[in-house]
Design a protein around this ligand. Structure first.
Ligand SMILES: Cc1cc2nc3c(=O)[nH]c(=O)nc-3n(C[C@H](O)[C@H](O)[C@H](O)COP(=O)(O)OP(=O)(O)OC[C@H]3O[C@@H](n4cnc5c(N)ncnc54)[C@H](O)[C@@H]3O)c2cc1C
Length: 487
């Protein structure tokens, strides 16, 4: 009996046999890019133990993923370097591989599968990752499993997408405690003995060589030669588990008490963890665990009965409640939506009332119309919006509150709300380091009324969709320093 991960998180992708005399077990690491606190990794270890086979961890990076750029590549390769260090002392063979030409990766999984016993792949609510695993599973003769560790709530334990956050919150409060009993191992290699594999077969290493030490230490030259978008540069934050844990520690030390004030751009009191969460460099179990350690909290403290409210259920501080509602309710709401539907990136996926009201106001006069190029270059007549766009270009992020405003204003500057919707999905996914994520599509949807309610009075252009202006943001929020920095 194989364990290593809760059964609800494991799914068979093809109905093929395990090759018991294969040369190794393969873990295909594409979403949970870390060496600890990972159910997929634990599942792969369990298979290696069961079959008494070495464990190979393939951590690949293609060059043709959506919006491939220096920004995303650098973050992922930083994470590979960090993982290479973490795996160095472990009984596994880590193969960090970067595709240098489009299509070069074709055949890699099949080649590995011709030697492997079984493949354990990351499951993900991100459609192209899930599709990639499904397609590969068709082509190989051995068992492929996908293991989900997107969040605290196993995706397969959710019955459907939820139209509003409070319905999902109620569901979580009922169902989540039972799943928290299975906690991922923070040190899955402690006392682990596995047969070692010195190297992959030559036909694989010659065609798909792992990054060498120099490339891992300084990937800039390698990345500069790849067929990806070099106009979107790397950001200052480094990718990888070590950087994620450092950021988490700094936030718990210095930011969380100020978290309730996070709307003020000058305070910038949010965790900034979304980028590392997006690339799986840190798990939400680790984040919850670290917060819990600070607050002497354990899952046993959760209220015995669902409260249905944001506050008082986890039984942590007020700041902790606010933070966990974002990390768990809102982050996982988007993932559940992606797992159960396929219209989350499309206008048609917005609630009917929102589409209707926006369509009714589609002919309202706009204060200005800006084309994509002007928006990208931050050349509007709104200095607050321009500043947010500049922060996005330079840092790959926008402060929390202003990100909402950034989205809302575009609605007023495009000829039709559909155009605004597609544009925002594209800009957010292309430039945000945490973009291309279920949270991206959920929140762009929010700009257009999804997960929100109709508001009165009706406004020109926005109809009953919630309306935000830069003037009122300037009045309400401390933003002088932020504005000075990005103006
Ligand atoms: C137009 C628009 C686009 C957005 N695009 C993205 C995106 O591409 N990727 C992304 O992760 N978030 C997105 N968000 C949600 C939110 O702005 C970011 O998650 C948050 O700013 C990340 O900063 P943080 O890590 O400091 O968050 P914190 O406030 O510290 O929150 C902790 C974690 O909770 C999660 N979280 C926080 N707020 C939300 C939210 N509203 N919805 C879902 N999860 C949330 C994130 O994983 C975050 O790291 C978007 C919001 C808007 C309005």
């Amino acid at each position: 009996m194989i364990d290593g991960a809760p059964a609800i998180r494991v799914a068979e992708v093809n109905a093929r046999p395990v090759r018991r005399d294969g040369a190794f077990v393969l873990y295909w690491m594409i979403a949970n890019r870390r060496a600890r606190s990972s159910f997929p990794l634990e599942r792969a270890i369990a298979w290696a133990k069961e079959l008494d086979r070495p464990l190979v961890i393939l951590e690949p990076l293609r060059c043709d993923y959506p919006f491939a750029s220096d920004r995303f590549h650098r973050f992922v390769v930083d994470g590979m370097a960090d993982n290479a260090r973490a795996f160095a002392g472990a009984p596994v063979l880590h193969h960090p591989w970067v595709e240098r030409r489009r299509g070069e990766g074709r055949g890699l999984i099949e080649a590995l599968a011709s030697h492997a016993s079984v493949i354990v792949a990351d499951d993900s609510p991100i459609p192209w990752l899930r599709g990639m695993v499904r397609a590969a599973a068709e082509r190989v003769p051995i068992r492929v499993e996908r293991v989900d560790h997107h969040g605290l709530m196993p995706l397969r334990a959710t019955p459907r997408a939820f139209p509003v956050a409070h319905a999902f919150r109620r569901f979580l409060q009922k169902e989540l405690p039972a799943h928290l009993a299975a906690w991922p191992n923070d040190d899955p290699f402690a006392h682990l003995v596995l047969p070692r594999l010195r190297a992959l077969p030559r036909e694989i290493t010659e065609r798909w060589p792992a990054l060498d030490r120099d490339e891992l230490r300084d990937p800039a030259a390698l990345i500069a030669r790849l067929p990806i978008d070099h106009t979107i540069g790397a950001i200052e934050d480094r990718g990888g588990h070590t950087a994620a844990r450092a950021r988490l520690a700094a936030f718990l030390e210095d930011g969380i008490d100020r978290y309730p004030n996070r709307s003020h751009p000058d305070d910038d009191a949010s965790s900034r963890l979304s980028s590392w969460l997006h690339f799986g460099h840190v798990s939400s179990h680790e984040v919850l665990g670290a917060l819990g350690a600070r607050e002497r909290w354990t899952p046993a403290k959760i209220a015995k009965k669902p409260t249905g409210t944001r506050e008082g259920w986890w039984n942590v501080s007020d700041a902790g409640d606010a933070f966990l509602d974002e990390l768990v309710t809102w982050r996982e709401l988007g993932a559940v939506r992606c797992a159960h539907t396929d219209d989350f990136m499309r206008w048609e996926g917005l609630p009917a009332w929102a589409r209707e009201t926006l369509e009714q106001h589609a002919r309202d006069p706009r204060p200005a119309l800006y084309d994509r190029a002007r928006l990208v270059r931050a050349e509007t007549d709104d200095p607050v919006w321009n500043a947010a766009q500049r922060q996005l270009l330079a840092e790959g992020r926008i402060q929390n509150y202003l990100r909402m405003l950034w989205g809302k204003r575009v609605l007023a500057w495009t000829a039709h709300p559909r155009e605004a919707f597609d544009l925002l999905v594209e800009l957010n996914d292309r430039y945000s380091i945490d973009g291309r994520d279920p949270a991206s599509w959920l929140n762009v949807g929010w700009v257009f009324g999804a997960y929100d309610r109709p508001w009165a009075p009706k406004r020109p252009i926005y109809g009953s969709v919630r309306y935000m202006t830069s003037e009122s943001a300037k009045r309400k929020l401390r933003m002088k320093r932020w504005l000075a920095k990005w103006s």
